[in-house]
Each structure stands twice: as C-alpha cells, then as structure tokens.
Design a protein around this ligand. Structure first.
Ligand code: ARG
Length: 744
C-alpha cells in the first residue's frame, strides 16, 4: 500500500500534472499561470468568468474589508451573496463592529442580532467595503525612476513620488482608490484600482457562543466547531456610487454575487479561495527567521499573554468589561497564540535549517560566476550582520514601547490623539516661548476629548495590566540599564514594581477623567513634571530613543538586502529550476489560491478527518464556560438532529472542513468555492501544526479551516429563523440521482 501511493506521487510529480496547493496567485495572470492546472483539478469556469475587466466576473463578488475610506490594505475579506449586496464574512472579522454596537442592554455580542428588514440593519461605522475594478503592471514606470547611483532615501522618495503621481492619475478625481504595491521585495510593482463603499451595515450575527465557540483555546487549531460567520450589507447612493451613511442610501446592486451550493465536500474535491491575504515571508532568510523566533516573537508573546490573562479574569465576572474589552482581547490573544505557534512550529518543522540549505545552494551558484559574486557576494553576510545588530538592541526598544502604552502612561501619546499634554509641557519649559505661546498651549488642552480617552477602560483591568507588565519589565533589565529618572522613581518604592503601579494609580493625575479635567482647567508644568505617569512615559521614550536610530538603520539595510537577495534568488531559480513558477508574498492585494479538500496526519499514529460534525459541539460543550458554552436552542436542534436541508446524506450536520489552500491572515472571511464558482464555505483559520506556514508552505501539514456553508445557513435558518435572509440567497442543490427501476 505504502509503496503504491508513493509511486503514484512520484509519477504525478514527474509528469507535473497537478501542482501543489502552494501559492497565492494574482488573478490577472490566472490564464497564463494557473488555468490549465485548475481545470485539471476540477475548475469548470473560464478564465474570463474568473477575472475580467470588461465583463462581470467572479472577482466582482470579492470584497476587501477595511476601516479606512481610502484603504491601502484590508483586515479581512467578504463576499457578496445576493443581488442586494448581502455580504458574508467571518464572525471574527465583524467582531469589532458587533462589539462596538453592543451594550449591556443590547448585547449583540452574546445574544446575537438578526435584522428582519433593511430598516433594522445597523450602520457599522468604521467598516468599508472595497471592490477591485482592475489591476495593472506598473513595474516599468516605477523602476524607471531609480538608478544605481541613488542612495536608499533618494530611491524611496523617487518611488513614492511616482506612486503618488500614478495613483492620482488613476483616481478619476477621487471616485476610485488606486493603490500601488511592491512585489518580490520591490522587484515588481502593480496598481490595484478599488471602488470603496463607506456605508456598510450589520445584518446578522449569531451569539459569540456560536461565532467564537471554542474561544482562544481552539483558535488556530483543528478540529474546530466554530460558526465563524457574520452578515453585513453594502449600501450605495441611488446611482450605485459610494456614499457615506445616509438614510437615503440603497443596497448596492453588485456586478456579481456568488451562488451557494448545498452539495457539500468530498475528499480531493477542487477548491479555490479568493481574498486579501495580508502578509507572508516566503522569501525570508534563515537569519530573519531566527531573529523572529529567538528575539521578536517571544517579547510580544510574553507581554500580550500577560495582558490578556488580566483581561480574562475580569471579563469572566463582569458583563460590561466583557463587552468593553472583547475586541482588544481577541486581537491580542489571536496574536500571541499565533506567535507561540510560530515559535514552536518554525523550530519543529526546521524551517530555518531548510532555508539555510537553500542559502548554501544560492551561495555556491553566486560563487561560480564573477559577475554574480560582484552583485550578490555580500548580501547574505549583510543580512546576518544586520539581524545580529537588531537582536542586540531589540529588548531595549520593545519592552519600553509596551510599557509606554499602558494606561495612564500611554495618555501622552497613545490614547486617541493627545499630543496636547506634551506640547503644553514643551512650550512651558522652553525659554523661547512667549506669553501668547504659553496661553495657547494651555488653551489647546481644552480640546482633549477626555471621554474618548477613558472610553472602554476599566481601572481595575488597567491597573492589573500595568502591574503585570511592569514586573516583566523589571525582570528584563538590570537597574543600571534603566533611565536615571526611572531609577530615582523606583527608589521611592524600594525597587518594588507593584508598589510603583500603586504609586502611579494613587498619585498620577491621569488615572481618572475627573482629575484629567481638573488638570486641564488649571494646568501646571511643575505638577506635570512630578507626575509618575509622565516620568514613566519620558523614561520609556528615552530608553527607546537610545537604540531606535540604530534599529531603523539596520531595518533599512535589511530591506535593501532583501530586495537584492530576492532579485538574485529569482535568477538562481530561473537558471537552475526553469520550470518553477514563483508567486509573490502576500501583501494585502487580491489573490487566488486553489487546492482540494483533504485530511491530514498531525503526528505519528494520529489522523485528522477532513470534516467535523455538530456532534463535536455536544462533546465540547461546557455549561456556563467562557469559551465552550453553547445556546440551548442550538443544543436541542443538534440533539434532535433537526438539520433540515443542511444535513449531509447520513443525516449529520457538517460544521467545518479542511482544504489545502494556501492562505494567511486577511483571507479570513474569504469564500471557498467549488469548481463551479459556488460558495461552499468561508475560510477562517490555519492549523496549529503548520503555524510556520507564512514562512514556508508545508504541503503535508498545512490546511485551511473553513466553516461549511451548510452550517452557516443552518444557523441563519433553523437556529435564528432569519428566513428573510435565506430567501435572498441563490441556493443551488444538485438534483437527486434518479431512482432506477431494474428491469425484470
Ligand atoms: N485565528 C483566526 C485568524 O487569525 C482568528 C480567530 C479568532 N478567534 C479567536 N478565538 N480569537 O483569522
């Protein structure tokens, strides 16, 4: 058996029949680079039906979600599923809006929300939806403005000027939002022209006990039983053009919407995912990887974990805190768990070692030719040296940076735009300042939006977070390494970091809205100078600035070296492996990834199925738990197997399934489609064993976790009774096999 399948694999590999699932491809090149493969794997659409700039095509149903009205990147992806621009995305993508709309009285986060008509839909301020109009290659225009004699700054400025010029020219007086981005570490440039809609409304969401079932314990892992979807709608003015929120706006009539298939998935079924993957580092060197694993990720992990542990404690017992901190906590927890996984799996999957082997081959190739030696001979050495330099100073930059963001220390820079306090202090202490300057600086303080600063802050949570982070800071540096002002402050509390937290929370004027207002009424530079939060902020800035310039210089050197290395690597591949097609790293531009439905083996003797069912919800259910509670109504439906048309042939309800598609953060909410371009699910996560996947794709281990569209529709229909939404959808179901009567 074993041999047989191995032989098959070899033959397929040799014939180059079906390419692996690796790659995030630019839709513009689908016909040239991918189409033949995709067709062999099961795609039934034409290239023109996938991506066309003249006719409506699949790409017109793919939406980039952002919080900007002129986005240059997208935090998630959504897809249009009806003629009235109903939009599906993940629950964790809508999370921020849902949390912002929630109050203790209208707790949509925990109770869910279903609009019964257009008029009940809730404006999700701060969410925009962008459609890709077209993309084009602008490499020649951009690279044409630089020359070898320019230094880094000159090149960067020339490129930026050209980008601005081309973007302005393509914007049609601001009606469109053109964005130019670098690819292959700045060796190619493409322009993406978007139309961005700014009136997006929340239409429906399940309670988070469905949308986030399993919480952070299950996050980044399979098997997963999360109904990770939420529903929005895109609104436009009467001409179908973008318009800020207005009661007169109407649902946008889209160019294309995705039909939905109820046919479900079978192993090896063709799947494609379209969306906006944020960032990958597939061309990163071993030096970069080691820097992340040994230096960068551990710091972020340590701080974010400590902060979310504190949030958790209060979120479990206080409903208001639960809502206020939900979004912040989800973001931090998602990041630290990702970094924890990356640290483990980059090591376990020996990614740096394998990259080092590639670098060895590259070096041999370089050394075999004098011209290559002249161009690329130093590049890896530079990367090694620069990462070493960054490693030495990273802690001195990162830890103070996180301390400076704690409340109320962060009030001087981070909470909203509050540069007024600093400006005031500098004006008052500057001998050159006139009376008028001083009066103006004091007056400017009145513009500070004190309510905004304290919005969603709970002093208990903030204080405990400070305590946790200051203690970490205290462990990290020897006292002599700390700025003198901090050493002095620390002496007053006998070196006890928790006592320092208490000191700040009893003595600082910046801990409560009342005392901040009182200060603004009667500002006083001397008082400010003695304020422990102010002292801390300045100490942290001083410490950061002691290394920030060196860190930045190393970063620039790395950027330049990466550009050169990737240029060389592409030549290396072109000469040594001419059949290899390279794809660019993710950079928050529209990509297509194709693969198939597949199970995997996470470890010796363990097999993970490619689907999971609603029975798993009953198994994982823990009544009253923070992460594994589930609505009673859902449990009853599952127990009764009351799944309606959403059950599979065995009467079971599939919740999530796995595919081999190559995705990353930003793809969240992306449609996963079958060969007919019908929606079969929403991509929402990657799996733990392949957390190294952003740096190196692992064909045998790496999977995308998708919520099955049948579970999504089951929740909308049977759980929520939101049949108005079901009626809007374009649901396809294959005709049942005709029953054959055997002839006698
Ligand atoms: N890992 C998912 C992603 O990055 C986010 C899942 C959110 N869920 C959670 N429990 N924090 O897209």
């Amino acid at each position: 058996m074993k041999k047989l399948s191995l032989t098959f694999a070899l033959i397929f590999a040799m014939m180059g029949i079906v390419r692996a699932d690796e790659g995030m491809w630019l839709p513009m090149f689908v016909e040239r680079l991918n189409y033949v493969d995709m067709q062999k794997m099961g795609l039934q659409l034409t290239p023109e039906e996938l991506y066309s700039i003249n006719n409506s095509s699949l790409k017109d149903a793919i939406v980039g979600l952002s919080s900007s009205d002129k986005p240059r990147g997208f935090f998630c992806t959504g897809e249009i599923v009806s003629d009235n621009s109903l939009l599906f995305t993940n629950h964790h993508c809508g999370y921020s809006s849902i949390a912002a709309l929630s109050t203790v009285e209208h707790d949509y986060l925990n109770e869910g929300f279903w609009a019964k008509s257009f008029s009940e839909e809730l404006p999700a301020f701060g969410v925009t939806a962008s459609f890709l109009v077209r993309m084009e290659d602008v490499t020649k225009d951009i690279l044409g403005v630089i020359s070898d004699t320019m230094d880094y700054m000159q090149k960067a400025q020339a490129i930026q000027a050209k980008i601005t010029e081309l973007e302005d020219a393509a914007s049609e007086d601001g009606k469109l939002n053109p964005v130019i981005k670098g690819f292959f570490e700045g060796n190619e440039y493409y322009m993406f022209v978007y139309k961005t809609y700014t009136d997006v409304r929340l239409v429906g969401t399940a309670p988070q006990s469905i949308g986030k079932f399993g919480g952070d314990t299950d996050n980044w892992m399979w098997p997963r039983h999360t109904g990770d979807f939420s529903i929005f709608r895109v609104y436009a003015d009467e001409n179908g053009e973008p318009n800020g929120y207005s009661e007169d706006n109407k649902p946008l009539t889209p160019k294309h919407h995705l039909p939905i298939s109820l046919d479900g998935v079978q192993p090896d079924d063709f799947t494609m995912i379209w969306g906006f993957p944020g960032s990958t580092e597939r061309y990163m060197t071993s030096y970069g990887i080691n820097y992340n694993v040994d230096v960068f990720y551990p710091v972020v992990y340590e701080i974010f974990k400590a902060e979310t542990d504190v949030m958790d404690e209060y979120m479990k017992i206080d409903k208001a805190v639960n809502i206020a901190y939900a979004d912040n906590k989800a973001g931090l927890a998602n990041t630290w768990k990702n970094f924890e996984g990356q640290i483990k799996m980059l090591r376990k999957n020996k990614v740096a070692e394998r990259k080092a082997e590639l670098e060895q081959q590259f070096t041999e190739w370089v050394n075999a030719d004098e011209a290559r030696k002249a161009e690329y001979g130093d590049v890896l050495g530079t990367l090694e040296a620069m990462y070493a330099q960054m490693s030495e100073i990273a802690n001195t930059l990162f830890y103070p940076n996180f301390v400076a963001q704690l409340n109320p220390i962060g009030i001087f820079a981070y909470r909203g735009a509050t540069p007024e306090f600093m400006q005031y202090y500098m004006t008052m202490t500057n001998k050159e300042s006139s009376k008028e300057d001083k009066a103006a600086a004091a007056e400017a303080l009145k513009a500070v939006d004190v309510d905004a600063i304290f919005q969603d802050l709970d002093p208990r949570v903030e204080k405990d977070m400070m305590d946790a982070v200051l203690n970490i800071y205290g462990k990290t540096f020897a006292t002599e390494e700390m700025p003198e002002s901090l050493q002095k402050l620390l002496k007053t509390v006998k070196g006890d970091w928790s006592a320092l937290t208490n000191l700040i929370y009893t003595k600082s004027m910046f801990c409560t809205p009342e005392s901040v207002r009182a200060f603004i009424e009667k500002p006083n530079a001397k008082k400010l100078e003695k304020d422990p939060a102010f002292i801390m902020y300045n100490a942290m800035t001083e410490q950061m600035y002691s290394v920030a310039p060196a860190y930045r210089m190393a970063g620039i050197a790395i950027e330049e070296a990466d550009h050169l290395f990737v240029k060389g690597l592409r030549e290396f591949y072109a000469e040594t492996q001419p059949d290899k097609v390279l794809y660019p790293d993710a950079n928050s531009t529209m990509r297509m990834s194709y693969g198939s439905v597949k199970d995997y083996q996470p470890a010796d003797a363990i097999h993970y199925d490619y689907v999971c069912t609603a029975n798993g919800i009953l198994e994982k259910y823990i009544p009253g738990d923070f992460e594994f509670d589930a609505p009673e109504r859902l449990l009853k439906l599952i127990e009764a197997k009351d799944f309606g048309q959403y059950a599979n042939n065995d009467g079971e309800l599939i919740v999530c399934f796995l595919s081999t598609n190559d995705i990353t953060g930003g793809n969240s909410g992306s449609p996963i489609m079958n060969g007919k371009g019908e929606l079969i699910g929403l991509a929402f996560d990657g799996n733990w064993e392949a957390m190294s996947g952003d740096v190196n794709f692992e064909p045998t281990l790496q999977r995308t976790i998708n919520v099955d569209i049948r579970y999504v529709l089951f929740i909308i229909d049977k759980f929520a009774g939101a049949t108005n939404l079901i009626d809007e959808l374009d649901i396809h179901k294959a005709m049942p096999e005709p029953i054959r009567v055997e002839e006698e």
